[in-house]
Design a protein around this ligand. Structure first.
Ligand SMILES: Cc1ncc(C[n+]2csc(CCOP(=O)(O)OP(=O)(O)O)c2C)c(N)n1
Length: 325
């Protein structure tokens, strides 16, 4: 059941393409009013989660905030189950009850999808506490945005995580903005990684547009944690090409800034690395992209044709129900 600790790079490029094409379709379906509620796209940030998942085991825990489509897909939840969740259908990964911000799948150890900024960091502490208590060598990956690092819940959780030496990698996906607010205007630090120092948690900065750099750093940190449980903090510098959510035109950014990051696109970068090394031809790349586009399109059909959840089941998943033997 466990994957080798480093997954095939072409396979991971295919995953990044699937995330990109899935979200482009989601954006289109949102505009066609097939998707209700919020919808935050991860386009531009794909190398962060792909690199992270390539470096860990299937039984490690993942938890994130509301920009969670990429995390769910990378964790192995099907495009069909993800699109159906966006459509609010019963075949969705959260039975259509969670929507865009609450993708969840216990089987794949994807523990959300959380809408309240910073609120899942204490939950990550709980997940990691459980594995330490059970003497398992699992690692918990907790993803959050730069906007989360000034929340009270974040600070309380970091204190306990450090105090109990919990096996968590705290991954700050620094995409420079929390909604329309630049990190420079919200945070009294020269660099976000310095937050970790206040809790005596070792930290590092990673280029989030470079799949290999993310993967190698997380693999190194995870190996160290498995030997002897401890937390770590990574400031992963990335960029979202789109607005905060579907209703944000992102007019707070300049065209030049956007263009600079587009030239550093994580998919183009990994493709170029693999092509240069003779591991990928243009034809192979085109075939991967075609497959990703087809999966995204098919997921829309699947979601459209899926049934709604019966009204009687609306409260079914609110509380844990004991199995009757
Ligand atoms: C406690 C709380 N305050 C405010 C909000 C409204 N809100 C939603 S997203 C967001 C910005 C968070 O930005 P960041 O953590 O950097 O994540 P990103 O959107 O960049 O992925 C805010 C303030 C919220 N969801 N929860």
């Amino acid at each position: 059941m466990q994957r080798p600790e480093q997954r095939d790079e072409v396979e991971m490029l295919a995953m990044m393409l699937l995330i990109r094409r899935f979200e482009e379709r989601a954006s289109q379906q949102y505009q066609a009013q097939k998707i209700g509620g919020f919808c935050h796209l991860y386009i531009g940030q794909e190398a962060v989660v792909a690199g992270a998942v390539a470096a860990i085991r299937d039984d490690d825990y993942i938890i994130t905030a509301y920009r969670d489509h990429g995390h769910a897909l990378a964790r192995g939840i099907s495009a069909n189950a993800c699109m159906a969740e966006l459509f609010g259908k019963s075949t969705g990964c959260s039975h259509g009850l969670g929507g865009s911000m609450h993708f969840f799948d216990k089987k794949n150890h994807m523990y959300g999808g959380h809408a309240i900024v910073g609120a899942h960091v204490p939950l990550a502490a709980g997940l990691a506490f459980a594995s330490k208590y059970r003497e398992e060598d699992r690692v918990t990956l907790c993803f959050f945005g730069d906007g989360a690092i000034n929340q009270g819940s974040f600070h309380e959780a970091l204190n306990l995580i450090a105090l109990y030496k919990l096996p968590v990698i705290l991954i700050c996906e620094n995409n420079l903005f929390a909604m329309g607010t630049s990190v420079k205007r919200s945070t009294s630090l020269k660099q976000i990684v310095d937050r970790a120092e206040g809790y005596d948690i070792p930290g590092d900065i990673v280029d989030g547009m470079n799949f290999r750099e993310v993967r190698d750093k997380i693999a190194e940190v995870a190996a160290s944690i498995r030997k002897d449980a401890h937390p770590a903090f990574l400031e992963v510098r990335t960029y979202r090409y789109r607005g905060h959510s579907m209703s944000d035109p992102a007019s707070y950014r300049t065209k030049d800034e956007l263009e600079k990051y587009r030239l550093d696109d994580p998919i183009i970068r990994l493709r170029a690395q693999l092509t240069r090394e003779g591991k990928l031809t243009n034809e192979q790349f085109d075939a991967l992209d075609k497959k990703a586009k087809k999966a995204a399109l098919e997921s829309v059909k699947f979601a459209e044709e899926s049934p709604e959840l019966p009204v009687a089941d609306v409260y079914k998943y609110v509380y844990y129900e004991e199995k009757k033997s």
